[in-house]
Write a protein that binds this ligand. Sequence first.
Ligand code: DX5
Ligand code: ZN
Length: 217
Amino acid sequence: MVQIAPSILSCDFARLGEEVQAVKEGGATWLHVDVMDGHFVPNLSIGVPVVQSLRKVTDLFLDTHLMITHPQQYIEPFAKAGVDSITFHAEAEGDIAEAIALIRSFGVKAGLAVSPDTPIEQVFPYLNKVDMLLIMTIYPGFGGQKYMPEMGAKILAAAQFRQEQGLDFLIEVDGGINTSTSNIVAKSGADVLVAGSAIFGKPNYGQAMQDICTAIE
Ligand code: DX5
Ligand code: ZN
């Protein structure tokens, strides 16, 4: 069974609380929170104050995706804001093992993300230390982009490595996931499917999530 993580990047931010409640009523147990700094990616999104407010109104698993240049600086504030997981990019500044340990020190689950141009083998040395590997299936920065089919090989390679090494990290995919792409990513080994526009762009969020799942054969 795959997990769907609705990405609030595509929601109506003026009605954030209602949007979160609507995906919860539609069956979501995770919420994907995209944090952008206008430097690591050419876009700005949300920060710690929004997460603090979200934590007060929802018990959903807050899956935080940091698309920022200096993740270490922000691990403590996000952890203290009450997120459940923090995922940062392998391409960001700073020591990867140190950042993972820092996330863990707050009792928060740790994830490592790879952008499309980063070979998956580059993060293999860290996968015994993480709870989750996030494979970007678009260039990070914006919702509503098209899934990059060539990322399928990375998902397969990560799943194979996990099996060979007897590891149990989750594989999350992010970008262009919808009813046409959910089957291939799930079949390749993805456990958590992030979806923004394919949920918040539809009139019925619960139905949209269900459609993404039923498209998996
Ligand atoms: C983009 C974000 C994604 C984004 C996905 O950098 O990491 O989480 O919201 O949006 P869709 O599902 O529309 O591709
Ligand atoms: Zn994301």
